[in-house]
Design a protein around this ligand. Structure first.
Ligand SMILES: C[S@@+](CC[C@H](N)C(=O)[O-])C[C@H]1O[C@@H](n2cnc3c(N)ncnc32)[C@H](O)[C@@H]1O
Ligand code: SF4
Length: 445
C-alpha cells in the first residue's frame, strides 16, 4: 500500500530548509537592504553564524552543494581574505550587544583549509563576535582529505561538533558517483576526532543514488553502526541535471525508481530505529541522549538543529542569511563575491523580504517538518485572525485526504505515521509560492 503512495507522492517538492524557498529569492534584496536589516537587529540578539568554504579536492557527481574542485591551494587562499573582510564589515554593523550561540563551517569541504588557516579563521571570528560560553561550533568534513594536523587544528579552534560525509560504502555506487572512500578512511576520521575530545559526530548518508539497492544499503548501515555516530542524516538524492551539469555524468537509467527509493528510505528508518536511534523529522536520526532527540527542533539550511538563534548570518559565496526581516543570499560565484566584498563590504545578490503571511506559513511549515504537527492555539496566539486562513486549508486537506496521511483531534493538525515519509508534500500544501516546477526540486520521497 505504501508503495502505491510512494508512486502517487513522488512529484517534486522542496526540502523546506527555508520558507519561502530559495527559488523565490530575487534581486529586489541587495546589499543596501541587507545592510539596513543588520543595522536594525536589536541589542541582545542571539546569532548563529554560517561560513561557506566552496572548495573540494574533487567533485562528487551527485553533489548539489555550491562548490568547485581545485587542484591547488591558491584559489582557497585567495578566497579567504574576502571572507575575513566580509566578517569584519558585518561585525561593525551588528549591535554591540549580541551573542553567538552557534557557529557552522560548511561547504564544500572546510577541511580543505590548511591547519594554519583553520586557526586563523576561528581566531578572527572569536575576536570579532561575542560568544555564548556554551556556543556550538560545528564543521562539515570530507574524511578523504583529512589529516592529523587538521583534526588537531579543529580541536584547538574550539570545534565541538563534526559532520562527516559518507553517502554509501558500496564500491559500485561509489564509482558511479565519483567518490571513492573506504570504511577505514572514515573510521580513522571518527577515531581521530574522538581522540581529540570531539564526540558529537554526525555522518551523512544518501539514498536513491545510482545502482544503490536495499541490500547494499544494508551493508553500508552495518558499517555505519560500527562507528556509532551520535547523529545520522540520510538524505534522498536530489537529481537535478537540468541545473547541475556534473549530475549529467550520472545516467538517469542507473537511478532507483520511486518505489525502490521509498523502500530504501523505509529500510534506513527501520534499521536505525532498531539500533536505538530516534527518528528526527524527515531524514535525521539521533541517539536518545543527543540534544537533537531532546530539545526544541528547528530547521535551517543544514537540515535539523537545536539552534534557537534570532538571526542567522551567512558569510562567503552563496551563503544565505536569515534575519527577522527576510533572507539575503550572497553571490554564488567566488570571483564576483570577492569583487563585491572589495567594493562594498557585502556581496548580497538576492533574497526576499518576509510578509506577515510568509512568517505564518514559515512557522507552520517548519513545525510540520520538525514535529509533524502544528499547534492551532499557538498559531492563533502568534498570528491572530489571519491564522484562520491556515486552519481552513488544514481542514480542506483533512477532508480531501483519502490516504490517512493527516489527522486532527480538533486542536492539533498532525501528520500520521503513514504520512511521515510524505511530510514534504504535506508541508507543500501550505506553500503559497509553489508553482509545481519539477525542475527545481527533488522527488517528494
Ligand atoms: C557539504 S557536503 C558534506 C561535507 C563534505 N563535503 C563531504 O561530502 O564529505 C554536504 C552533504 O550534502 C549531501 N548532498 C550533497 N549533494 C546532494 C544531493 N544532490 N542530494 C542529496 N544530498 C546531497 C551529502 O550527504 C553531503 O555529505
Ligand atoms: S559532496 Fe562534499 S566532497 Fe563531494 S563535491 Fe559535494 S561538497 Fe565536495
Amino acid at each position: 500500500m505504501s508503495l502505491e503512495l510512494a508512486k502517487r507522492y513522488s512529484t517534486p517538492v522542496p526540502r523546506y530548509t527555508s520558507y519561502p524557498t530559495a527559488p523565490h529569492f530575487s534581486a529586489d534584496v541587495g546589499a543596501a537592504a541587507y545592510r539596513a536589516w543588520l543595522a536594525e537587529l536589536k541589542p541582545g540578539t542571539r546569532l548563529s553564524l554560517y561560513s561557506h568554504i566552496p572548495f573540494c579536492d574533487e567533485l562528487c557527481w551527485y553533489c548539489g552543494c555550491c562548490t568547485k574542485a581545485v587542484r591547488r591551494y591558491e584559489p582557497v587562499s585567495e578566497y579567504l581574505p574576502s571572507l575575513y573582510a566580509e566578517m569584519e564589515h558585518v561585525a561593525q554593523l551588528l549591535p554591540a550587544e549580541h551573542v553567538v550561540m552557534h557557529n557552522h563551517w560548511g561547504g564544500g569541504s572546510p577541511n580543505i583549509l590548511s591547519a594554519e588557516d583553520i586557526l586563523k579563521l576561528a581566531d578572527l571570528q572569536k575576536r570579532l563576535f561575542h560568544w555564548a560560553d556554551d556556543a556550538e561550533f560545528a564543521v562539515e568534513v570530507d574524511p578523504r582529505g583529512l589529516d592529523e594536523d587538521r583534526v588537531a587544528a579543529f580541536a584547538r579552534a574550539g570545534v565541538n561538533r563534526v559532520s562527516i560525509g559518507i553517502q554509501d560504502f558500496d564500491p559500485i555506487v561509489q564509482a558511479a558517483i565519483n567518490r571513492k572512500q573506504s570504511f577505514e578512511q572514515t573510521q580513522h576520521a571518527v577515531e581521530a576526532f574522538r581522540a581529540h575530545g570531539i564526540h558529537s559526530l554526525n555522518v551523512d548518508l544518501v539514498y536513491g543514488l545510482p545502482y544503490q539497492a536495499r541490500s547494499s544499503l544494508q551493508s553500508t548501515l552495518d558499517r555505519v553502526l560500527e562507528l556509532r555516530p551520535t547523529r545520522i542524516a540520510a538524505f534522498g538524492y536530489a537529481h537535478l541535471p537540468e541545473r547541475l551539469k556534473h549530475q549529467r555524468l550520472i545516467a538517469t537509467a542507473s537511478l532507483p525508481d520511486s518505489v525502490e527509493r521509498f523502500g530504501q528510505a523505509s529500510r534506513l528508518a527501520r534499521v536505525l530505529t532498531r539500533a536505538g536511534y530516534v527518528r528526527i523529522g524527515l531524514d535525521h536520526f539521533a541517539l536518545p541522549d543527543d540534544p537533537l532527540a531532546q530539545g526544541h527542533l528547528a530547521r535551517n539550511f543544514q537540515g535539523y538543529t537545536t539552534d534557537a538563534a534570532d538571526a542567522l548570518i551567512g558569510f562567503g559565496a552563496s551563503a544565505i542569511g536569515r534575519l527577522p526581516q527576510g533572507y539575503a543570499q550572497n553571490h554564488p560565484a567566488t570571483a564576483e563575491y570577492a569583487r563585491r566584498i572589495s567594493e562594498d563590504g557585502l556581496a548580497t545578490a538576492r533574497g526576499i523580504a518576509l510578509t506577515d503571511n510568509d512568517r505564518m506559513r514559515a512557522f507552520v511549515i517548519e513545525r510540520l517538518m520538525c514535529d509533524l504537527t502544528f499547534p492551532a492555539r499557538e498559531l492563533r496566539q502568534r498570528f491572530g485572525a489571519q491564522s484562520e486562513e491556515i486552519l481552513q486549508e488544514a481542514q480542506a486537506l483533512l477532508e480531501a485526504d483519502q490516504d490517512q496521511l493527516v489527522e486532527s483531534d480538533g486542536e492539533a493538525f498532525r501528520v500520521t505515521d503513514r504520512g511521515r515519509p510524505f511530510v514534504r508534500s504535506i508541508a507543500a500544501c501550505f506553500d503559497s509560492y509553489l508553482d509545481n516546477s519539477a525542475a527545481r526540486h527533488a522527488p517528494g520521497v
